[in-house]
Design a protein around this ligand. Structure first.
Ligand code: K7E
Ligand code: CUA
Length: 675
């Protein structure tokens, strides 16, 4: 059939229109992304924090594969700080200085780069209390404590008998425990077995770690589980306090091509753990003494020196030896997130491949347990009947539900990875109330306090995996992206895009008032108990012990004392112990010496840090301050002379007799120095 020119025009126009739609879908014009009832100026004014003003919230975003975490102010999206945890960090020498190296120790030696997913604030009575932040490492399973007075990592514990510590480090409402579960089942204890003996030989573990006592994190007990992949967890609260919930996938127990083979079953499980029951069983001697070596690393709060100890052995509980400790709740379909609503009644699962969002009822779960509504038992674990536990299903929520948070007003918000949107729905009626497209492919989302008993339900942050065309191109690899959404009204409103560091999987946030005034300004020199501290201009020294040379020196605006060192010999190992004796907020110094394999040290006020230096040859090596501390920062330098082995040059340092240029200020320069 011949088509008329007009029909051809129409088809052409339709094609252009379709092309337009497609292009539009991939690359929203700035106007379209401004969305949803908010004018650009409006959105801008809502996130505008004027110069010199503070943000309303601190948010803590996991750094994903960077092994670090970052602190952003909300609503501005300003990056306030990066905190190194499981990776060395040149910005402040973490993992390079002798004082911090031990934090990265494991039973496998130093592991100075890991992959982190989830941040979790400590809680009191189910509400974030601003004491600590916890974060997990996946690859070498570990959990860290960040002290929120210092915004520094102060403790790391390794998790033995585990692999892929992903369901971690979620806390109980009283912060008594935090958990870590094996994402990858493995032979436990490790053994040389054929991979296709998975069903027979591979196991998972759920680990409960004591968390409430800084410096004393320990493995309270582990529960040996069937060899599935344990993905995420959350503690119960309110009525469900005392329970912990973990998602599992690969209940098919596939060991190859999981993409297909672990997606066969209609339902996998949520493991519901009665951890008070577990405590009783452990106390009643029902746990076995089990092997497993793990490192526990801790920064002494007085000396600020990290120490590492290796520990061996855990209490291992088997569900067959502790009746009623674990139940499986069937849940469609390869569930990822498991999130408990603020009331503690609803257990929301994010079944990556499911077409609904299933919500279980804690009340019904208890009744099902009491009535023994079991469909079968797996390795001593009763499987509850789905119908007996389900409270409701959110129908047609979107594609690829992952994670859910709550606003404290009866609404839930679920991230949809595949359909790239945040979906708001109502608890109890399960109706979808609103949708917000996000750019692109959201993983976790976060509402301040949104996984606790008391959310501050004003903002939601979508943590997106793909940025693509949202920012100026920066080559093949782009920053991940966060989007800030106003959830204070009936309809969500998009406010802001901001790039993130690494790959933030999860995040946490609290009102700034909770942390702001407690933030430490400097370490008191009078309380510095580092054995190599130097507290005054004239207190420095140089000493030799065999082939080891220890140099103690101070840094102050704008000099080191001593600043000339002689008598070091080739073959020596030199330890520079530098103390920043400033007693003023934010006045840092740095220390770098030519011939070192790293740039050196960064010294917060009042701190002592040590750099190990092996001189590479005979000669005179300058050292200098790397942190622009004052107008005479460039004058802040010195020399180390290195002579041949056996040389007669005496070991000397020009110890200062008096403070010379205290403060290092140019005449007329403002107190406090310029940085
Ligand atoms: Cu969904 Cu590791 Cu919590 Cu990434 S995880 S998104
Ligand atoms: Cu001290 Cu620059």
């Amino acid at each position: 059939m011949q088509s008329s020119p007009f029909a051809r025009f129409l088809r052409g126009a339709a094609a252009v229109f379709l092309l337009g739609v497609v292009t539009f879908a991939c690359a929203p014009s700035p106007k379209s992304s401004l969305s949803q009832g908010l004018l650009a100026g409006d959105a801008a004014s809502r996130v505008y924090v004027a110069p010199g003003s503070y943000d309303e919230f601190y948010s803590f975003l996991s750094g994903g594969f960077s092994g670090q975490l970052s602190v952003y102010g909300l609503p501005s999206g300003r990056l306030l700080k990066m905190i190194p945890v499981f990776s060395q960090f040149p910005e402040n020498g973490y993992g390079y200085s002798e004082e911090t190296k031990a934090l990265l120790s494991t039973s496998f030696g130093s592991v100075p780069w890991d992959d982190t997913h989830h941040t979790e604030l400590s809680q009191t009575d189910g509400v974030p209390d601003g004491r600590w932040l916890f974060i997990n490492a996946n690859n070498t399973p570990r959990v860290a404590r960040i002290d929120l007075k210092r915004f520094e990592t102060t403790e790391i514990i390794q998790v033995p008998n585990a692999a892929g510590g992903h369901a971690s480090p979620f806390v109980t409402p009283d912060s008594k425990y935090l958990v870590s579960a094996t994402r990858f089942s493995v032979p436990i204890p490790q053994a040389d077995v054929p991979i296709d003996s998975y069903r027979k030989n591979f196991k998972g573990t759920l680990t409960f770690i004591t968390a409430n006592d800084p410096g004393r994190m320990d493995i309270a007990f582990q529960i040996m589980m069937p060899g599935y992949d344990y993905d995420l967890g959350h503690a119960g609260k309110g009525p469900s306090d005392g329970w912990f919930f973990f998602t599992t996938y690969n209940s098919e127990q596939a060991n190859t091509k999981l993409e297909v083979n672990a997606s066969q079953a209609d339902k996998d499980y949520i493991a519901a753990v009665d951890y008070r029951k577990a405590e009783q069983c452990v106390a009643g001697g029902k746990a076995k003494n089990f092997g497993g070596t793990y490192a526990h690393n801790y920064v002494d709060p007085i000396s600020q020196i990290a120490r590492s100890e290796l520990k061996t052995g855990v209490k291992m509980l088997s569900p067959t030896d502790c009746d009623g400790v674990v139940f499986y709740i069937p849940t469609p379909k390869s569930p990822h997130g498991v999130d408990i609503d603020p009331s503690g009644e609803y257990i929301v699962a994010g079944g990556k491949l499911a077409t609904v969002i299933p919500v279980h009822s804690f009340t019904k779960m208890q009744k099902a347990i009491a009535d023994k509504q079991f469909e079968k038992t797996i390795d001593g674990i009763p499987v509850l009947k789905y119908e007996a536990v389900i409270a409701g299903e959110v129908q047609k929520p979107g594609l690829g539900p992952l994670h859910t948070e709550f606003d404290g007003r009866g609404n839930a918000y679920t991230s949809m990875f595949i359909s790239s949107e945040v979906v708001k729905w109502k608890l109890g009626t399960w109706e979808v109330l609103d949708r917000m497209p996000v750019y692109y492919s959201v993983g976790h989302l976060m509402i301040p306090g949104g996984d606790t008993r008391k959310p501050w339900g004003k903002y939601l942050v979508a943590l997106n995996k793909i940025t693509k065309d949202r920012y100026l191109p920066t080559g093949p690899e782009m920053a991940r992206s966060a989007q800030l959404i106003d959830i204070s009204g009936d309809k969500m409103k998009m406010l802001l895009d901001f790039p993130t560091t690494g790959e933030p999987h999860y995040a946490q946030a609290v009102p700034a008032v909770l942390l702001k005034s407690a933030s430490l300004k400097f370490d008191k020199l009078s309380e510095n108990t580092n054995p190599n501290v130097t507290t005054s201009e004239s207190g420095g020294s140089i000493t030799r012990t065999g082939k080891r040379v220890d140099v103690k020196m101070i840094a102050i605006r704008s000099h080191f004392a001593p600043d000339n060192l002689e008598g070091i010999q080739l073959g020596d190992t030199v330890y520079f112990h530098v103390t920043n004796i400033e007693q003023d907020w934010n006045i840092g110094h740095g220390f770098a010496v030519f011939g070192a394999t790293t740039a050196g040290l960064i010294l917060p006020p009042g701190s002592t840090r040590t750099l190990k230096w092996v001189p590479p040859g005979v000669g005179v090596y300058p050292f200098y301050c790397t942190d622009f501390c004052s107008a005479l920062h460039q004058e802040m330098q010195g020399y180390a002379r290195v002579s041949a082995a056996g040389s007669a040059v005496p070991l000397t340092a020009n110890i200062s007799k008096a403070a010379t240029s205290q403060g290092g200020r140019l005449p007329g320069a403002p107190a406090g120095g310029s940085r």
